[in-house]
Write a protein that binds this ligand. Structure first.
Ligand code: CTP
Length: 394
């Protein structure tokens, strides 16, 4: 099982409802899950591997005979913390109930000890058939979560119980099994995002490359998990998030002022903003001439994280470190020196982080070994950081 429980396998059976699973996959990714799709070979008649690869951002295999050297069924089973099979056909349910392992998906199911949610979809007569009913019974008695299909019109024109449930119902079921539903309900989360700008004159500033995407991803993730979220945004071009109270600032000094008034009422602070380390001693009233550039005196900005951490009571603070090396000892020193409880070490040496949708690095947490974050979306990282913060909040 992965350290932070965000790896999900989406098994797809050979039914027409396979196309509805595309929406399920997108919604899972929106909720910060990293999804590997394992379709049965027959399901590729309905939705092809290219679609799954594009939607999941990952390679798709259906047979144990592909990438044999990786022992895919075992590695997939180990790396995932949850399996959803949607849609599950009568045949697929029968094969799982019988313990068969005749394609990659059924191999993974047998090799895994993670919770498995099965979402059946089939013709009502097939669902009602005593063989299917007995197989469902067998799976439920073994601890599989098997949803009841919806009642309604089917592709065949018939009406009855067999329809693929609405995505929202599947997600609700998934959330109630994983306990991930609104686990930040009642918590106040304060997030900083973007990069501060330190004005030199009415035209120019000292700034940095931060797009704010990571901080916005944290705010979105916390909102989804039921938190009351305040976002302090510095110079981002991102659209406001409905439901998140957003306070816009420009400079480090302004950001500190807002932090000082908000922090004491928060449970969790995530400092993803890139704060300029220095600012001009004076902001010129009029545009500085070329000849005066070398006379711009700089003063150091306070370290906002450190300043705020010195006032903390029971709050948890997450910091970030953008480094051009993977020096974990240095990162841990930085975390301790600043007074953060969790730190994400972002390896920016390849230059592929700023303004990107993805990230990779290490999560450091007090009293724990660093946890490697392989290339993943900023949404997934946001949830991983919140998972760790929640553990520490208790
Ligand atoms: N940070 C801050 N105030 C500053 C600078 C940084 O609060 N003046 C916070 C950032 O929001 C981030 C963390 O500190 O969470 C990482 O900052 P980083 O720039 O990596 O560290 P520095 O303290 O600037 O150290 P370095 O000398 O390595 O640049």
């Amino acid at each position: 099982m992965q350290g932070f429980g965000r790896e999900v396998i989406l098994g797809v059976g050979g039914g027409i409802a396979a196309y509805k699973s595309c929406d399920l996959l997108r919604r899972l990714r929106d909720h910060g899950y990293a999804v590997t799709v394992v379709p049965t070979p027959s399901s590729l008649n309905f939705v092809g591997a290219a679609t799954w690869e594009a939607l999941s951002g990952r390679k798709v295999t259906t047979q144990v005979w592909e990438s044999v050297e990786e022992v895919r069924h075992v590695s997939l089973a180990k790396e995932s913390s949850f399996i959803i099979i949607a849609p599950a056909t009568a045949d697929l349910i029968a094969r799982i109930a019988a313990g068969r392992a005749d394609d990659l998906l059924t191999n993974v199911v047998l090799a895994s000890d993670s919770p498995i949610l099965i979402v059946p979809a089939m013709h009502p007569e097939m669902w009602k058939d005593p063989a299917t009913m007995a197989n469902v019974q067998t799976l439920r008695s073994r601890g599989y979560h098997v949803m009841d299909p919806d009642v309604g019109a089917l592709t065949s024109g018939d009406v009855g119980q067999g329809r693929f449930p609405e995505t929202s119902r599947i997600l609700q079921e998934f959330a109630s099994i994983t306990g991930s539903h609104a686990d930040l309900l009642g918590k106040k989360v304060l997030v900083t995002a973007g990069g501060t700008r330190e004005a030199i004159d009415p035209v120019r500033f000292i700034g940095n490359q931060s797009s704010g995407k990571q901080g916005y991803a944290v705010a979105r993730a916390a909102l989804q998990r039921g938190a009351q979220v305040t976002l302090i945004a510095a110079n981002t071009n991102l659209p406001d998030i409905e439901g998140v109270r957003t306070i816009k600032v420009e400079s480090a000094t302004q950001m500190l002022q807002v932090l000082e008034s908000e922090f004491s009422q928060s449970d969790l602070l995530v400092m993803s903003a890139a704060v300029a380390d220095a600012r001009p001693l004076q902001i010129a009233d009029s545009k500085i001439k070329k000849s005066d550039y070398r006379n711009i005196a700089l003063v150091e900005n306070p370290d906002l994280l450190r300043t705020i951490a010195s006032t903390k009571k029971n709050q948890i603070i997450v910091g970030f470190a953008a480094e051009t090396s993977e020096d974990l000892d240095l990162a841990r020193e930085k975390m301790d020196a600043k007074g953060a409880d969790i730190l994400y070490l972002n390896d920016i040496s390849a230059g592929d982080i700023f303004n990107s949708e993805t990230t990779h690095g290490f999560i450091l947490a007090k009293g724990k070994e660093p946890s490697k974050v392989s290339q993943t979306t900023k949404d997934t990282l946001a949830h991983q950081l919140l998972d760790e913060a929640l553990l520490q909040l208790g």
